[in-house]
Write a protein that binds this ligand. Structure first.
Ligand SMILES: [Zn+2]
Length: 340
């Protein structure tokens, strides 16, 4: 197999040619010298499918290792698609933070790195920083579109959603809203940078490299359901057809509810440590001041639970999963309909 080293600076390299015609499967090699393997490397699976001229698309999941719909959905897509099914180039990285995915954890067991808070990365940094550096500087340049399939992970659960970052450019905003509508998740939302994201996310990396990007929050709770996987897989095919890559028939369109997420008042955080009793479920329409949760004190169960309210009206899009919580844990976040 031909070996392509896309960046002289990155220690990582793909062992398949990511620009060639046809379908190839292989690995991004992350050199990792450890006790049991002196000259070894970590194998991050990667696939290229190319058929002539057309859009170039990077699809990624497993940015957080405990988010599964995208990882399974992209695996199914890899096995199903042949070059004749597309026009253009599709590169798929189903488990971007592979060490984290192998442990079923949000962060890497090697360095505790959160890949989606590690961009633009560091060629000489920790393993997670090196993966981020490779993705931003070696992989992303040259793509027209990127997709990053997230889910709620172990600690959160979502109404299956698709999302895009807010853009100042009206033409770009129109384009990504068209992609969100084509994907057709039950809810779509336009978001500011995620909490603590500040330029360190894959979405930010895509923007820096001039790549139009869309993401998802497909479900979560550390599990996969037939419903959330269907949203992922049907959406992937519809949006790939929408941008002109996938040829042939696609699943029937579905309606999405277009919403947005603004600042801190969209979020509800635990104000104390204890046991989280949610007072509403996903999909509830709530009002400002409405009690969102009670936090029970299991050391002193005779003490009245703390009541935490919603700070604004909205749709309950995301909810914490584990009952045990600490001050500062996100319990809920809301979305609001986009006017017009
Ligand atoms: Zn995630």
């Amino acid at each position: 197999m031909q070996r392509t080293d896309l960046s002289a600076m990155s220690r990582l390299s793909a062992d398949i040619d990511l620009l060639a015609e046809g379908k190839a499967t292989g690995f991004v090699r992350v050199p990792h010298s450890v006790h049991r393997s002196a000259y070894g490397w970590i194998p991050i699976p990667i696939v290229r499918i190319k058929n002539g001229e057309g859009p170039s698309v990077l699809m990624q999941a497993g940015n957080h290792g405990d988010e599964w719909e995208g990882q399974i959905g992209l695996g199914n897509l890899i096995r199903a698609l042949q070059p004749k099914d597309i026009k253009g180039r599709l590169v798929i990285l189903p488990s971007a933070n592979f060490p984290a995915a192998m442990e079923g954890r949000r962060t890497s067991p090697i360095d505790e790195g959160n890949l989606n808070r590690s961009f633009p990365g560091d060629a000489e940094g920790t393993i997670t920083q090196q993966i981020a550096y490779f993705i931003e500087h070696s992989l992303l340049p040259g793509f027209d579109y990127s997709f990053d399939f997230h889910s709620g992970g172990s600690s959160l659960t979502y109404i299956p959603s698709a999302l895009a970052a807010r853009s100042e450019d009206p033409a770009q905003m129109k384009k990504v809203i068209g992609m969100l509508k084509a994907f057709g998740a039950p809810v779509s939302y336009i978001a500011d940078a995620p909490i603590g994201g500040g330029g360190k996310t894959f979405t930010s990396a895509s923007a820096r490299q001039g790549v139009i990007s869309m993401g998802t929050e497909l479900g979560g709770g550390g599990l996969v359901t037939p419903g959330s996987l269907k949203v992922a897989e049907d959406g992937m095919r519809r949006v790939l057809a929408h941008i002109g890559l996938l040829q042939g028939p696609v699943p029937a369109p579905t309606q999405t509810r277009l919403t947005e997420i603004g600042g801190d008042d969209y979020y509800v955080y635990a104000t104390d440590s204890g046991l989280f009793e949610p007072l509403v479920d996903l999909g509830a329409e709530v009002k400002k001041g409405q009690p969102a949760a009670r936090i029970h004190f299991h050391h002193t169960p005779w003490r009245e639970p703390e009541v935490v309210p919603f700070k604004r009206d909205g749709l309950v899009l995301c909810k914490r999963v584990p009952a045990r919580c600490e001050r500062g844990d996100c319990l809920f976040h809301l979305a609001t309909d986009v006017a017009g």
